[in-house]
Design a protein around this ligand. Structure first.
Ligand code: 5GP
Ligand code: MN
Length: 339
């Protein structure tokens, strides 16, 4: 169900004659939907003559750097002082593709302290409730779908230009698993059709995102599938763990492990897939499931995380082996659902 709390207030502010200071932010390690939504909204808001700054809490994968407007984005760790100032002085802060401030690391408290009107546009479960205004729907396939609907709701559909449409298409493409998830409704295809009418080039976008692998990244996938993929037939579960040494050996950077968790899930009969990666500052865990297995519950119970019913993430500050053990210990609890 759509939560459109105080959306008229947002409309009045956006349409008022005085330009507003606006910050757009999105979650830790932004993905295609996070950056596509942020820049899709950016290309709309600058047409209303507002002063707009996109701030990412961390770096993000190089397969997103081609997005129109990418060169205007600030990464918080590199622009800390200027970012803090922009957040403190903002009239509006758009929080896209996340629903709790823990998802933007140390930026979270800076946003919380700001007097700006905080507008959350998001499609995840279990919202914290930090926002003053919202345009949120957990049934939406992507936040980019909601950005499209939000701009239409503002009465500004004609302001979705080619740059904005390209970014929004990217968000929908990546978060829908290339239009395959059941949340890809007829409505989503209608929106996509409108984006194509505006001039979006689907193959160019697909190629920029999916056909730009480095050789070492592809070899890393091969290595993981051959040496690291473990199957637990008793639980219809499969998992991959990756050590710091392996990340180094294959020169893995942000984004290179994206999509890897889908390989264990693609094995016939597997209902639950897990990827655990020993990143520098924390151990990152990704879960994917089929059918009725709610992985967001496992992530929030054991890994300070969440997300969607069939796709969630979390982290731990324990070792890789301990993190794996927590995951394995949770399996008997959901054994019945895994059969
Ligand atoms: P991924 O496994 O690809 O990192 O994330 C899958 C889904 O879970 C995404 O929708 C992402 O936003 C969400 N997610 C990933 N990590 C976290 C986390 O630490 N906390 C929360 N609340 N959601 C997460
Ligand atoms: Mn999303």
């Amino acid at each position: 169900m759509l939560n459109d709390k105080n959306i008229e207030t947002v409309q009045q502010l956006l349409h008022s004659s005085s330009p507003k200071k606006i910050v757009i932010t999105t979650h830790h390690k932004p993905d295609g939907d996070a950056m596509g939504s942020s820049l899709g909204l950016y290309h709309y808001l600058i047409q209303l003559n507002h002063q707009v700054q996109v701030i990412s809490p961390t770096d993000y994968p190089d397969f997103l750097w081609w997005l129109p407007g990418n060169n205007t984005v600030w990464e918080f760790p590199e622009t800390e002082e200027a970012s803090k100032q922009a957040i403190a002085e903002a009239d509006l802060i758009f929080c896209l593709d996340f629903n709790n401030l823990g998802r933007i690391n140390e930026m979270g408290e800076v946003v919380r302290q700001s007097n700006a009107l905080k507008v959350m546009i998001d499609h995840h479960l279990n919202a914290e409730g930090f926002e003053n205004a919202a345009y949120a729907d957990t049934k939406a396939v992507a936040t980019a779908e909601l950005i499209y609907k939000f701009i239409v709701r503002m009465g500004d559909k004609e302001k979705i230009n080619l740059d904005s449409a390209t970014c929004l298409y990217t968000g929908i493409l990546t978060d829908s698993g290339s239009f395959k998830f059941n949340s890809t409704t007829p409505d989503v295809h209608h929106i996509t059709a409108e984006l194509l009418e505006i001039g979006v080039k689907p193959y160019d976008i697909f190629e920029n995102i999916f056909d730009t692998n480095r050789l070492n990244r592809l070899q890393f996938v091969g290595y993981c599938l051959l040496n690291k993929l473990k199957v637990l037939p008793e639980y219809n579960t499969a998992y991959i763990t990756i050590t710091k040494e392996e990340l180094k050996q294959f020169q893995i950077t942000t984004g290179d492990t994206e999509g890897l968790v889908n390989y264990p899930l693609s094995i016939k009969g597997i209902k639950l897939a897990c990827l655990i990666v020993d990143r520098t500052e924390r151990v990152k865990l990704s879960l994917r499931s089929k059918g009725d297995i709610a992985v967001n519950e496992i992530c929030s119970k054991y890994f300070e995380g969440g997300g969607h019913k069939n796709a969630s993430g979390g982290h731990s500050f324990k070792t890789l082996d301990e993190t794996l053990q927590i995951f394995l210990n949770a399996l008997p609890e959901i054994k019945v659902q895994l059969q």
